[in-house]
Ligand binder design. Structure first.
Ligand code: AMP
Ligand code: MG
Ligand code: MG
Length: 216
């Protein structure tokens, strides 16, 4: 066999062994918690927990975490159901800033870490966080949704692409991948950390590629 053929075959073998090349250097995993009531959708839900976990797709390590609680403005008193669901107590939000200040701080965090749109993509479980909740919150506060938050990866869709099963929920993905859930369900930060576990497992065991799935 000629040297050229041999080299080509070696190159092909090497390529097959390599991990999938990820389109984004960082995945910014985000999961809002909001004001809510039992069994009835409330008219203007407000964000009360804002976590964002930056996952490096080369090392699969968490590099940075933004995490803030937010004081709601329209309905400042949390319902007992909301506290029970999210674990967020009235005292936890009482002394916090309202959304506009926290959103400003989030934007500074993005800039400080050079998380620009070409190398980062947001990841959420479903489309609710960035399709419904963020635009709703921005409408309450008279803010414009920044361009970079109008595209994202819906983790349920990435999961389906990798496994051919469309999952019902975050918990469903965790169960199917036989992962140990961390912390408390419906805590925004713990939900985000559990999404990171799902992402890493899909990347390592299912060769998942995390590309944008949704736009607004
Ligand atoms: P999650 O990210 O699934 O924890 O949910 C995000 C937000 O959706 C929560 O903070 C609540 O505002 C709302 N939510 C989730 N599950 C329920 C539920 N069973 N009843 C009412 N609201 C809910
Ligand atoms: Mg969620
Ligand atoms: Mg959550």
């Amino acid at each position: 066999m000629s040297m050229r053929l041999l080299a080509r075959r070696a190159q092909r073998l090497l390529k097959n062994r390599q991990d999938v090349v990820q389109p984004f250097k960082y995945l910014l995993v985000l999961d809002f918690e909001a004001t809510c009531e039992k069994d009835i959708p409330i008219e203007t839900p407000e964000i009360i927990e804002f976590p964002c976990v930056a996952l490096n797709t080369q090392s699969w390590e968490i590099e940075e975490i933004f995490h803030r609680y937010i004081k709601p403005r329209v309905k400042p008193i949390l319902t007992p159901f909301c506290t029970e669901l999210t674990g967020i107590m009235q005292e936890t939000v009482d002394d916090e800033e309202h959304f506009p200040q926290v959103f400003k701080d989030f934007s500074s965090w993005m800039q400080r870490n050079n998380f620009d749109k070409d190398k980062c993509a947001f990841v959420t479980c479903g489309d609710w966080d960035l399709k419904v909740m963020l635009p709703g919150q921005c409408a309450i506060d008279g803010l414009k949704v920044p361009e970079y938050l109008n595209k994202w990866i819906n983790l349920k869709r990435s999961y389906c692409e990798a496994t051919q099963i469309y999952p019902k929920s975050l918990n469903d993905m965790i169960r199917r991948l036989k992962l140990q859930p961390q912390g408390r369900a419906h805590s925004g930060l713990h939900d985000s950390i559990n999404m990171v576990q799902v992402i890493e497992t899909l990347a390592k065991n299912h060769k998942a590629k995390f590309d944008l799935t949704s736009v607004r």
